[in-house]
Design a protein around this ligand. Structure first.
Ligand code: NA7
Length: 310
């Protein structure tokens, strides 16, 4: 029997606009191109779009141009102002979006920003999903991201092929519009609270005279073991703060999470304290480092370095 060639796990080749080719968007767009989709690429700094287009796809001069022919438009930009810029400004997506098209916003923004953009798109006959991700640039490049989806369930079903098996290893439908955005804020605040726990523990260990590497191994051999510790611990202990997720973006997410908590009257004492740690790190010039570099705030105050000794 002839062997079927598994060129792609995606079900159909689609015409896609992709807007925002930063650390995460670059990998996602490259994955879509590799899997056979026709992708029109826009980035504010054009050189990044040209670099991705060397793999396939074509460069668009504006978000409007990227969206003109597209049945699906992805946005993967920094924050709410960037999202408003690429959707609502002159030459934004709203100028050309086709009725029936689906905009999938994978940026981490506030639920309010999502609702505002979804409303504007609806007036043009288009739909929107808030579909933020977990995973880093490596998972974006290999199509292994996790998606948290908010929006109309039927719209989600209509583009499912782009999530699981294409860009992602999982895509969880969370609920109506804005719920994906809420879920992402919950995800990131939880990670930061956990990492702060590890940072504080290792800093105390170092100050007491324990090899932080040994302490980390002990923690990972017991109930304290956690995925985020597994991911960040080794690089922290080697003093490698190359950005997988820049501190400035996590700082933005924690602010959005605090705003959401205030709006819903939910007390978040640990989150409030950790936001201060992030503000200190920002003020100390660590914005472009990986967010795990917040440990330096503790180190400076304690007068120790958390580095594996053996
Ligand atoms: P990056 O690598 O900082 O990329 C951010 C992208 O957003 C990049 O393409 C930027 O264009 C674009 N951007 C930022 N501001 C604007 C405005 N005002 N107009 C148009 N485009 C803009 O971030 P990541 O890829 O790591 O993360 C993206 C999202 O996922 C973010 O919400 C994270 O929290 C999660 P540039 O290249 O600077 O011209």
């Amino acid at each position: 029997m002839a062997k079927m060639t598994k060129r792609t796990e995606c079900f159909m080749a689609r015409t896609i606009g992709f807007i925002g080719l930063g650390l995460m968007g670059r990998g996602m767009a490259r994955t879509l191109i590799r899997k056979g989709h026709r992708v029109s690429l826009y980035n504010r700094t054009r050189a990044k779009a040209e670099e991705v287009a060397s793999l396939g796809g074509k460069v668009a001069a504006t978000p409007a141009e990227a969206a003109r022919e597209a049945e699906v438009v992805f946005t993967m930009v920094s924050d709410p102002p960037a999202l408003f810029e690429v959707v609502e400004s002159k030459d934004g997506i709203l100028d050309t979006i086709r009725p029936g098209a689906v905009v999938i916003d994978s940026s981490t923004v506030s639920p309010q920003a999502t609702l505002r953009v979804a409303e504007r798109l609806k007036a043009k006959g288009a739909s929107m999903l808030d579909a933020p991700v977990f995973g880093s640039k490596n998972e974006a490049e290999s199509g292994q991201l996790g998606f948290m989806i908010g929006g109309d369930r039927k719209v989600f079903d209509s583009v499912q092929d782009l999530f699981e098996g294409c860009l992602g290893k999982s895509a969880r439908y969370i609920g109506p519009q804005g719920m994906g955005a809420y879920a992402k804020l919950v995800f990131n605040l939880t990670i930061c609270i956990m990492l702060q726990g590890l940072n504080e523990g290792l800093t105390l260990a170092a100050k007491a005279g324990i090899d932080p590497g040994l302490m980390y191994d002990v923690l990972m051999g017991g109930r304290a073991k956690a995925g985020i510790f597994e991911f960040k611990g080794p690089s922290v202990l080697q003093r490698d703060f190359t950005p997988f997720f820049p501190l400035k973006l996590m700082n933005k997410d924690l602010k959005l999470a605090l705003d959401a908590a205030h709006a819903l009257a939910v007390p978040m004492p640990a989150l409030a304290a950790i936001k201060e740690v992030f503000s200190s790190a920002m003020a100390a010039g660590q914005a472009e480092e990986d967010f795990s570099s917040t440990i330096k705030v503790l180190e400076r105050q304690a007068g120790v370095e958390v580095k594996r000794r053996s």
